[in-house]
Design a protein around this ligand. Sequence first.
Ligand code: MG
Length: 378
Amino acid sequence: MTNSNPPPVDMSLNLSKVETVLVKTEIETPVRTSFGIMHERPTLVVRVTDASGVRGYGEIWCNFPVRGAPHRQQLVETEIAPFIVGRKFSTPKECYKALNATLHILKLQTGEPGPIAQAIAGVDIAIWDMVARRAEAPVYALFGSERDTVPAYASGINPVGVLDTVERARARGHRKFKVKVGFGIETDRANVEAVAADISDGEFFLLDANQGWLPDDAAEALRWIAPFKPYWIEEPMPVDIPPEDWFALKDMTGIPIAGAENFTVRSEFESVVQHKWLDIVQPDIAKWGGFTECSEVARNVVNSGLTYCPHSLGGGVALAASAHLLAAVGGPGLLECDVNENSFRDEVFEPPLDDGVVKLSGEPGLGVNVGVLDQQFP
Ligand SMILES: [Mg+2]
């Protein structure tokens, strides 16, 4: 936080409506990860309306399973909206805490901490956007920050056609490129060698295995990858591998290790901040915590000396929210910008990029295209 005395803002809530819409965007090239393929891009948008008539927009992570988005949409409609509409809260945090408290047993009973946390996160983003719009301030300013630029990287680069995708991302202003691995050593090695040879001075490449290796495979992969000096390796192992295996991997490689997009409870973030078995911590604001809890986690990450990098691979509202939170919290972290085809994402928010840096506009709220979003609602 760059300014400890933000101006007073009316943070109170009295919502008259909570609505959702699921937008499916067709794509020509499927998005490939080591665990699954997206043949279309789903975006689950939340719109809240305050009693004063001001609206706010959020987004709920819903990439997987393939038909998992309607379930999250129904969670908002049946479990969240009836609880918060017409109920007064003094702050977004009070609302967030009340929602988590009331849905806690449902999370346990259904074994669905993930989808419920994702639904709450999207509603929380919409609430913060509404409060910021009402105050006619960008969201990052509500957190006392005056920083409006964030360094970024090109993300989600498929294992097929890597260099073409890197070239397109470079032409758009990117200088860091994250390539997917975990597709077998032959494919991985060819792609790592190609991208390492392709990057110029001032450019970097990053790798993301999407939990694709068990500890022995991860160690073996990092041994051959290390000489190519990637900027980081993301999720080399499943999130539920015990910390001692992460420490062992960290000890045997000089490559910074990133992860945490798949943490589902606060204690996991606190554990990593305390014990530091990751170097780069990547909560996804649309997947867990929204602005309310991700801002606390991100601040703790930065204060601990680790690097906070928001995870995002979805639509424009989630991307804008990630950019605002990174601007708000600071540190050396990078904004994840998915460079896979998604026309709806680009219509809602396409971050202006110059030499690898995004500059936020200073418009109220998240600065997303409200006209395009409103057109999606019935
Ligand atoms: Mg990832």
